[in-house]
Structure formats: C-alpha cells, structure tokens
Design a protein around this ligand. Structure first.
Ligand code: FCB
Length: 405
C-alpha cells in the first residue's frame, strides 16, 4: 500500500496528431497520403471536435491533470503566418480543461511538423530552433495565463531514432551525421524555448512556469551479462535516457525531469561500431516476461531502477507517460497497479515525484503501427466514434480519488 503526496497530479495524455483528426498541414499527413506510411490517421478520434466530451470523461475518472499537445502545423500553416483561429481553438481547449479542474500539461512538439518546415529541411536545418521559437512564443503568449506546466519536446531521442536513424518516420532518413545534427538542434530548441517561456512569464508578471521535456527512458538490461554487454547497456542508458537531460540541466534549462516509461530493451552487442552501441538489441526472443500487444516486455522493476537513479539530479520527477496496449483489459489494470506500486516504492526511497500520467486517455493512432494497438483508458469505436470507459480506467479512477494504490 502506498500513499501519494497530497497535491499529486493524476491524469492521462494524448497528442494532437494521434487523436484530433485531419491534421492535414503536417509532414506526417503528407507521408500518409503519399503512401510512405502504412496507415493513415484520417479522422483519428475526432478529438478536435469532441474534446469537451473527452474531458468530461477524464473528470468523471477523477483525473486532476491532462497532458495534450499543440499542433504546430495548425498554428503556423505557412511559414510566418500564424492562425488566430487555431490559437483561439487551443485556448478554448485549455479553458475547457481548467473549467473541469484538470491542470493542463502542454507539449509544444510531439513528433509532427508543419509541411513547410519539413520541406525546408526540418530539424536538420541550423535555423530550425529559431523557426520553432517563433511558434513557441505565439503559443506561450496566448496560453501563459492558464498553463503552469510546459513540455517543450516529446521524446527527442525516440524522434531522432525513428526519423533519422531507423528511417521509419518522416523524413525517413538513415544517416548518422544527420542524426547528430538533429540532436544538437533539438537540444538548442529545448534550451532556447525554456529561456523564452521563463522570460514571457516574467514579462507578464505570472508565477514561475515549470518547463521540461518528456524523456523516453528504457531499462537497458544486458541479455547475457558479459562484460561487453554490460558496458553496452550502461552506455545505452547514458546516451538514450540521460544525455539530453544532463545537457539541459547543465544549461540550467530543466525544472523537473519528465519521464516516459514503457519497457526494457535486452542489449546484446554484435560489433564495435557506433551503430552497434546505439542500436544492438538481442533478437533471440527468449524473454519470458509478459508483453503488450506490440511485443514490448512488461517490466515494472525497471521503472523503479530508473527513478531511483534520477535522485542524484536533485530535481522533481514527473511521469508524463506510462501505459500499455493490450486487448486484455485486466492486464492493463495489473500493468498500471504494478507501475504505481513501483512509483510508490521510489517515492519511499526519496524520489520526489509530482505526478503520474497514463498513456493514453483514449485509444488512438499509434504512428506507423496504425489504430490496432489499444492504449486507451477509454475505448474508441472507430465506426461510430463512441467512447466507452474501460474497467481498468475505473480502477485507476479509485487511485486518483483516494491518492493511494
Ligand atoms: C510514446 C509516444 C506516444 C505514444 C506512446 C505509445 O513513445 O510519446 O505518442 O505513441 O509512445
């Protein structure tokens, strides 16, 4: 049994492209239409129109916060032209959350880019951070009065791997030098956004915002504990989980550590090149752990280990994503319960945690995997767009209500 702190934030997350529908000015949409991605997002969950209804459900489930993302391509449909209408839309969305007592956690970049930005060279451009900052400034000026928590970039390392190393997400590049350049540009974009957001709050005499990134962290476990696998697992964790965070802290540009945790990777080094260190995973398929419907190991122990290892940074941690896709809703509940238990243990071991956000509030478009993986606390019927609260959501709602698991 664990009691969470009194002001603990409990909620669920979504991202614009995955739920809104018709995100037609983004690079993802363009790749979907061109057939370069297997699945189209189409109407997604029609959340762009149905957000009030979805937030009613979040409230009914006793959430007190909600994480969402703003779609850059809606706000700036053409370079330098900002849509007042879309800024107004997101203002309404944020106010709809506030009215329901849901603290908005706002992400500024969640994998998608405006088409014009992608065509100009996207995150490979040296001026990418400056272009991003113009958009950030518009959004933050508009919403600052209603928002305390900002997430500049969602999972920079995941974006980097999928889009520039593995070549599966737009712009489908496979280039080490590009990867390095994009990494630097994303870091610059985060640090400069952090400073800009702070400056806007100061200028407008608002309280201090809390700004971070959502860092995907995996438990990297050597498959067979040989010396070289041990070294590889250590280095993987250092570069994938921690480098972005450490560099942001060094630049004094991180107010809390935003953690997205799902699973573990079994590391098995097959060579000594940079790509081996960056990517080698055991392909033996001999892990005996239970898995989600995408085949990811369920490994709550790793969650605890990762959290405890963050203590040394002396910053509060905020779980911005943790979740499971499954057809078996009782497995969803045990996943949530086990991870909350590990979170409780980490808190008892002295980790300061601000909140826990489940991925996702509703089933949605899971990027290159389409609509099949079901991550939602709430089921979406893609024929009727009706929502149905799952049993696991009700159980999680009790945790949110009582503040204990
Ligand atoms: C994370 C992403 C999120 C969702 C989940 C399953 O990496 O941030 O958009 O796709 O995985």
């Amino acid at each position: 049994m664990h009691d969470f702190p009194r002001d603990f934030l409990f909620g669920a997350a979504t991202s614009a492209h995955q739920v809104e529908g018709n995100n037609s000015l983004s690079d993802w949409w363009e790749y979907e239409l061109a057939g370069k991605l297997k699945y189209r997002s189409g109407d997604a969950c029609r959340h762009y129109d149905l957000y009030e209804q979805d937030f009613d459900l979040a409230k009914e489930l006793n959430h007190n916060c909600h994480r969402l993302s703003i779609e850059w391509s809606r706000i700036e449909p053409e370079e330098g032209r900002f849509s007042l209408e879309e800024l107004g839309h997101y203002k309404k969305v944020i106010l709809a959350l506030r009215r329901r007592g849901l603290n908005p956690i706002v992400t500024l970049h969640h994998f998608t880019n405006p088409s014009w930005f992608a065509r100009r060279g996207g995150w490979g451009l040296r001026e990418s951070s400056d272009l991003f900052l113009r958009y950030v400034s518009k959004v933050v000026e508009e919403l600052s009065g209603e928002v305390q928590f900002w997430v500049t970039i969602n999972e920079p390392m995941v974006y980097l791997y999928h889009s520039y190393l593995l070549g599966v997400w737009p712009p489908q590049e496979k280039s080490l030098p590009k990867t390095q350049a994009v990494k630097n540009n994303l870091l610059r974009a985060h640090i400069n956004s952090y400073r800009l957001i702070r400056a806007i709050y100061q200028k407008n005499n608002l309280g201090r915002p809390l700004v971070s990134v959502a860092q995907n962290m995996q438990a990297f476990v050597p498959c067979v504990a040989t010396l070289r696998n041990n070294i590889a697992a250590y280095l993987r964790a250092k570069s994938f989980n921690l480098e972005f965070i450490e560099k942001s802290i060094r630049a004094r540009a991180l107010d809390f550590i935003g953690v997205n945790y799902y699973s573990r990777s079994l590391v098995e080094l097959r060579g000594w090149g940079i790509k081996n260190f960056a990517m080698d995973i055991c392909e033996g398929k001999h892990s005996i752990l239970k898995k989600n419907s995408l085949g990811w190991d369920i490994y709550p122990e790793g969650f605890y280990d990762i959290l405890v290892a963050l203590k040394k940074y002396n910053l509060p941690v905020f779980i911005l994503e943790n979740g499971i896709c499954t057809e078996d809703d009782s497995l969803r509940w045990s996943f949530i319960r086990d991870h909350l238990n590990k979170l409780g243990q980490a808190i008892s071991s002295g980790v300061k945690v601000l909140g826990y956000i489940y991925w996702s509030l509703i089933d949605n478009y899971e990027w290159d995997k389409g609509f099949a993986p079901r991550f939602g606390l709430i089921e979406v019927d893609y024929n009727t767009y009706q929502r149905r609260i799952r049993d696991s959501a009700r159980r999680f709602a009790q945790v949110c209500l009582k503040g204990k698991v």
